[in-house]
Ligand binder design. Structure first.
Ligand SMILES: Cc1cc2nc3c(=O)[nH]c(=O)nc-3n(C[C@H](O)[C@H](O)[C@H](O)COP(=O)(O)OP(=O)(O)OC[C@H]3O[C@@H](n4cnc5c(N)ncnc54)[C@H](O)[C@@H]3O)c2cc1C
Ligand code: FES
Length: 264
């Protein structure tokens, strides 16, 4: 698929919550049914969700698209409880409607046939990596997915995605996969030169360390930034990131950036 393809036009809709499934301690899977036809929603794009059940929360909250089921017209999100908004969202019961603006932002650049890609997700950054693994169009042998979390209890079950690539795990306490951070995993530490593209989403220190190694090894690397957002429309400027072309709004000109364009 071409880079940053123009897909579905942005819309605001009341989506019907079909499922709100607790995956582990603080991660939930929300499945939302759209009343309008879904098309061309791409990995890296995100949605902005209104949390009506809490009056004090008036700003929408951004979440990456985890998956889209075009047959059933649903969008899935992975919501990790961080504060009040995400907590309230995980408490909404199926059958209720949630106002969502979607799809927002630019997608990852799709790999070329023959590329060998490493997808690295940390924390809730796992969501766009799983969607990219599914959608990137490469044979599973060319797709390697490295997921990092604090402990085994913070990793979600990714069985539905195993057919799209080879999966590796790290935990800080060694309870699943390699002990340490994603950059400590042998697939990153020892085999980086085998990859032609790296994609990543997660905490900034993780992405910055990955970006530094990718730059050194001269490998194309794209990151999906999770800067704090307010409007989601490029108006409030609260999400700006310093790039080689000046300040850019992550909500409209990202969240995906090539690391060479960032002042990292
Ligand atoms: C483009 C994008 C995609 C995202 N995708 C996902 C996703 O797929 N799944 C997911 O669980 N989360 C995702 N997030 C993060 C999610 O938006 C925040 O967790 C959520 O907005 C927090 O709202 P809250 O009301 O729960 O927390 P608040 O009560 O607003 O904040 C709680 C604490 O978290 C901090 N905080 C809030 N937002 C962020 C942030 N973006 N980065 C770092 N610290 C923050 C606050 O400073 C505060 O200390 C994404 C963010 C962006 C910008
Ligand atoms: S969130 Fe307002 S400009 Fe990006």
């Amino acid at each position: 698929m071409p880079s940053n393809t123009k897909g579905m036009n942005k819309t605001v809709q009341d989506l019907l919550l079909l499922e709100n499934q607790q995956l582990n301690n603080d991660n939930f899977l929300l499945k939302l049914k759209s009343p309008v036809h879904l098309s061309g929603i791409l990995p890296g794009q995100f949605v902005n969700v209104e949390i009506k059940s809490a009056r004090e929360i008036f700003l929408r909250r951004p979440f990456s698209v985890l998956d889209v089921d075009y047959q059933n017209q649903t969008i899935s999100l992975l919501v990790k409880i961080l504060g009040r908004g995400s907590k309230k969202l995980t408490e909404i019961t199926p059958g209720q409607k949630i106002s969502v603006v979607f799809p927002l932002g630019k997608s990852f650049t799709f790999p070329d046939p023959g590329d060998r890609v490493l997808l690295i997700g940390g924390g809730s950054g796992v969501a766009p990596m799983l969607f990219l693994a599914k959608m990137c169009g490469l044979p599973a042998d060319n797709v390697h997915v490295l997921l990092g979390a604090k402990t085994i209890n913070d990793h979600i079950n990714v069985d539905d995605y195993l057919k799209f690539g080879h999966f590796y795990y790290t935990t800080e306490d060694g309870s699943k996969g390699e002990r340490g951070f994603v950059i400590d995993h042998p697939v990153f530490k020892e085999q980086l030169s085998k990859f032609t593209r790296i994609y990543t989403c997660g905490p900034n220190p993780m992405m910055k360390a990955i970006a530094a190694s990718a730059k050194k090894a001269n490998i194309i690397c794209e990151v999906s930034l999770e800067n704090m957002m307010a409007c989601g429309f490029g108006v409030c400027l609260c999400c700006v990131e310093d790039t080689n072309e000046g300040h850019k709004c992550v909500c409209t000109e990202g969240p995906v950036f090539n690391v060479n364009d960032l002042k990292w």
